[in-house]
Design a protein around this ligand. Structure first.
Ligand code: FE
Length: 133
């Protein structure tokens, strides 16, 4: 099986929808309040839309009101990579899928204080929800 980090740009382009490609491969951001998982609170797992790795669980999802899905923690810390991002005149921490390198969103220190104080602000387009069934 191919290492997801070796998948070429052309292959990603073929595999993903234009919106998924823009977010995951070009570090794009979907417009606030437009993503399919913003106001989605079913029980289940959120997988990477690029490679299928489980990245977040529904029990860490909360309604932050910011317009994007928000989580207090990743499903497993090894599942994501965090990187300093100084684009757009801001200092932020970018969150990427550690398996395929896809851009997911950013993490901010303004999450619920009683749950660790972090807000993983993640684009719906980078996720695929899997119902617990
Ligand atoms: Fe991935």
């Amino acid at each position: 099986m191919t290492d997801p980090k070796d998948i070429s740009d052309a292959q990603w382009c073929e595999k993903l929808t234009p919106e998924q490609y823009h977010v995951l491969r070009e570090a794009g951001t979907e417009r606030a309040f437009t993503g399919q998982y913003d106001k989605h609170f079913e029980d289940g797992s959120y997988r990477c839309a690029g490679c299928g790795e489980v990245l977040f669980e529904s029990d860490s999802k909360y309604n932050s009101g910011c317009g994007w899905p928000a989580f207090t923690r990743p499903a497993q810390s090894e599942g994501i990579e965090e990187r300093r991002d100084t684009s757009h005149g801001m200092i932020r921490t970018e969150v990427l899928c550690n398996n395929c390198g896809g851009h997911l969103g950013h993490v901010f220190p303004d999450g619920p204080p009683d749950q660790g104080g972090l807000r993983y602000c993640i684009n719906s387009a980078s996720l695929d929800f899997e119902d617990k069934g």
